[in-house]
Design a protein around this ligand. Structure first.
Ligand code: ZN
Length: 173
């Protein structure tokens, strides 16, 4: 278990499509442990294998104390739309408004290769969509029409005049 350096925007490894995982042994378990340690250290609510330079279909998401290890995940159903601020540990210092599906249902495998289902809305839904995109080499900035839509961290409140003291739950993964 280690905290590892996160691959940053500009590194071509971030754009590689993850290969499907077909071996559920020690290598995968160490990768998942490293993903969790690095995510928590950042801190963030999710991290995908390509962000550690590993082109495999594996990611972790942790929301409200619940850790989800998702291997070979795919979205099987989605409803509604939700627009909110989103950031990425591979693009530090910025956030932007991104429209995602409000609620999704994901089928994946766990670290033993057993089939699991995870349904989520709100932050969990957004985090899973963000991480599953990483497994396809896709980043949230790909949804923006222009890089002018990026908001430097700390200036979000000026953009939308949030209530003073209101707690924001911005995704960073
Ligand atoms: Zn990200």
């Amino acid at each position: 278990m280690s905290v590892l350096p996160i691959v940053l925007l500009g590194d071509p490894r971030l754009r590689l499509k993850g290969e499907p995982v077909d071996s559920f042994g020690k290598y995968l378990h160490e990768l998942l442990d490293d993903l969790t340690d690095t995510m928590r250290h950042a801190p963030g609510v999710g991290l995908a294998a390509p962000q550690l330079g590993v082109a495999l279909q594996a990611c972790v998401v942790e929301v409200e104390g619940n850790l989800h290890e998702l291997v070979n995940p795919r979205i099987v159903r989605a409803t509604g739309d939700d627009r909110d601020l989103e950031g990425c540990l591979s693009i530090p210092g910025y956030t932007a408004y991104v429209t995602r599906r409000e609620r999704i249902w994901v089928v994946a495998q766990n670290r033993q290769g057993r089939r699991i289902k995870v349904a989520g809305s709100g932050l969990l839904s957004r985090a899973m969509q963000h991480e599953i995109d990483h497994l396809q080499g896709k980043l949230y900035i790909d949804y923006l029409e222009s890089m002018d839509e990026l908001i430097p961290v700390g200036q979000e409140d000026e953009e939308e005049q949030a209530e003073p003291g209101a707690e924001r739950h911005t995704l960073v993964g």
